[in-house]
Design a protein around this ligand. Structure first.
Ligand code: 3PG
Length: 185
């Protein structure tokens, strides 16, 4: 359900920056500095947490034309539809939006933290799953436990992951990349 080119890029970049917006001027500077030091980053998730996050996301997308921007904190079909109409590349939820799963929406990355959620998503052809909140839901050990059972699943663990601990996750076979809001700290 995720475009294979984006999937490969995520695998290569190892970290999916989860970008929480502040204000446009600051956000542009922050991204310029980060991208100047991290040329391997091709995909960034911008969370829709603030009243003006979408507006900022649209501006960032216009400025950083070499980056595929996705939207995060997608909580409803409406959030997805607005983002899709604006031309964003992928869409990430902290949980499952049933409507989107039933519609087999492409480039949608649903979230889950339990084995039943993982099974439900796999049975609905969503094999790339945001594992959230990783730090509270079992972290690395949970992913190791399910690896030999849920063979098709590839996870994007997110929540409590930082530049000091992310390699613990990247080394796992069932991890595509990690999500991280502290990507430049
Ligand atoms: C998210 O929105 O994906 C998470 O809040 C990111 O978690 P982190 O801030 O612990 O990286």
């Amino acid at each position: 359900m995720l475009d294979s080119a984006i999937k490969e890029e995520l695998r290569n970049q190892q970290i999916l920056p989860v970008f929480n917006t502040t204000d446009l001027t600051f956000d542009i500077k922050r991204l310029e500095i980060f991208l100047s030091k991290n040329s391997q980053i091709k995909n960034i998730e911008i969370t829709l947490r603030k009243y003006n996050s979408l507006e900022i996301a649209i501006e960032l997308k216009k400025r950083f034309t070499n980056i595929n921007f996705g939207l995060g904190s997608i909580l409803s079909r409406k959030d997805y539809e607005i983002g899709s109409n604006e031309g964003f590349c992928f869409f990430v939820s902290p949980g499952i939006i049933l409507d989107l799963v039933n519609l087999k929406v492409k480039n949608y990355i649903p979230g889950g933290e339990s084995i039943s959620e993982f099974m439900f998503l796999l049975n609905n052809d969503y094999k790339i799953i945001k594992f959230f909140p990783s730090n509270l839901a079992g972290g690395k050990n949970k992913l190791i436990s399910v690896e030999s059972i849920l063979k098709e699943a590839m996870f994007i663990p997110t929540g409590g992951i930082n530049l000091k601990n992310y390699m613990d996750f990247i080394s796992l076979r069932n991890v595509l990349c990690v999500g991280m809001s502290k990507f430049d700290e």
